[in-house]
Design a protein around this ligand. Structure first.
Ligand SMILES: Nc1ncnc2c1ncn2[C@@H]1O[C@H](COP(=O)(O)OP(=O)(O)OP(=O)(O)O)[C@@H](O)[C@H]1O
Ligand SMILES: [Mg+2]
Length: 248
């Protein structure tokens, strides 16, 4: 479904991705973990085409996106939903208008009332049904995150990319978002990649977890395999220990 082959990316003279390989199967939820600044968001940006790799290949649903034309990449983009790390709401649009954006852009055949009812349903899923008229500046951090999530899923995408979906949320709301991610997979069969620092969320939602380190996936496996990893880098990361190879 999603494949990155030997992807390299240097930014501002710093080697960020250094031969990254990822192979994500249809219908799975794959969680990427790794320290801050290691290139997790950059990896997602290469998948959605916001960034191009210096070398290597990105294949989405069997299509190589490296040299894709505008129309093709636009069509592919419609099948993907993205929750950006910051929420990335547009400040001058209210919550409903933000959530409706992908529909207004990509599904022009829908009537205004159809759009409204879809948006309302997605807002209910993230418990924002009463905040639709609010502007982004009037939302808490967690509400912004949930509005971003509603926008990511509004077009019933085949692929959803989540960048830190639970950061800044209280523990109960975090679990509600985890459950929502699981139900998107179970009910709609979506394929997801989720970047997170929240290991309890990772263990709960992931079919597989991959850890990125020095520009590559250094270990990959189920939650149990990662919990029992003997790799000292993985062990230090998941335990949060201040002593180990990550802090030398
Ligand atoms: N557009 C850009 N131009 C220059 N450098 C960039 C750009 N985007 C990211 N970087 C750099 O690439 C590195 C990886 O960034 P990235 O956002 O992928 O980190 P991350 O793993 O998502 O970290 P975090 O967990 O803090 O979100 C960082 O050093 C960052 O400064
Ligand atoms: Mg990031």
């Amino acid at each position: 479904m999603i494949e990155l082959k030997d992807v390299y990316k240097t930014l501002d003279g710093r080697k960020i991705l250094q031969g990254l390989n990822l192979h994500i199967r249809e219908g799975e939820t794959y969680v990427i973990i790794g320290r801050s600044g290691t290139g997790k968001s950059v990896t997602l940006k290469n998948i959605i085409g916001l960034m191009k790799p210096d070398s290597g290949e990105v294949n989405i649903m069997g299509q190589c996106i490296n040299n894709m034309g505008k129309e093709e990449s636009y069509a592919l983009r419609q099948k993907m939903g993205v929750l950006f790390q910051s929420g990335a709401l547009i400040n001058w649009l209210n919550v409903e208008e933000n959530v409706a954006l992908p529909l207004v852009e990509h599904q022009r055949h829908l009537s205004k009332s159809e759009v409204q009812s879809i948006v309302q349903h997605k807002l209910e899923l993230v418990e924002l049904e009463h905040a639709g008229k609010r502007m982004p500046s009037e939302l808490s951090g967690g509400m912004k995150k949930r509005a971003g999530l509603a926008r990511a899923i509004v077009g019933n995408p085949k692929i959803i990319l989540y960048d830190e979906p639970t950061s800044g949320l209280d523990p109960v709301m975090s679990n509600q978002i985890n459950d929502l991610i699981i139900s998107m997979q179970e009910k709609l069969g979506v394929t997801s990649i989720c970047v997170t620092h929240d290991m309890s969320s990772a263990y709960r939602i992931a079919n597989r977890i991959g850890m990125i380190y020095e520009g590559q996936i250094i270990e990959e496996g189920t939650a149990d395999q990662i919990k029992n990893s003997q790799n000292p880098i993985v062990k230090q990361f998941i335990s949060g220990s201040t002593v180990g190879p990550l802090t030398q």
